[in-house]
Design a protein around this ligand. Structure first.
Ligand code: AMP
Length: 122
């Protein structure tokens, strides 16, 4: 479980421009880029620009404007990729049981093909 924000995480480095990302869109509060190791034909990550560790942190601390930006961005990017027609899955990991790897809040947006069951256990 991540309790304090670690500014050496890979998405913080992308936000600072220290490492490259295949960017799709951004606004004042939110950045969208392709996942470097896609788990679906289309696998995009949506992240807030401010340092939130996970959804739990974001949902408690983010201002309304950031939350609106984040949610609208997801819908807009999904539509720009044609996923509003074919369908998509949103997923975010928080904490130990989820297996969250990068401790900067991010939403996975996956689609472009049938995605199968929600969890590998099923
Ligand atoms: P999570 O397990 O929910 O924390 O997901 C982290 C995601 O970040 C994984 O899907 C990784 O493939 C992805 N990832 C790791 N490093 C990079 C990177 N440099 N650029 C883009 N995506 C990355």
């Amino acid at each position: 479980m991540f309790v304090e924000y670690n500014d050496q995480n890979v998405f913080a480095k992308i936000l600072r421009g220290e490492i490259p990302a295949n960017k799709i869109s951004e606004d004042e509060h939110t950045l969208v880029f392709h996942d470097a190791f896609p788990k679906a034909k289309i696998h995009v990550l949506i992240i807030p620009k401010k340092p939130y560790i996970s959804f739990q942190d974001f949902s408690h601390k983010a201002f309304s404007e950031e939350i609106i930006s984040f949610n609208r961005m997801i819908g807009n990017v999904a539509a720009s990729l044609g996923l509003d027609i074919t369908g998509y899955r949103l997923l975010t990991n928080h904490g130990a049981h989820s297996g969250q790897e990068v401790p900067h809040f991010h939403m996975h947006l996956c689609g472009g093909e049938p995605l199968g069951p929600l969890l590998s256990k099923q």
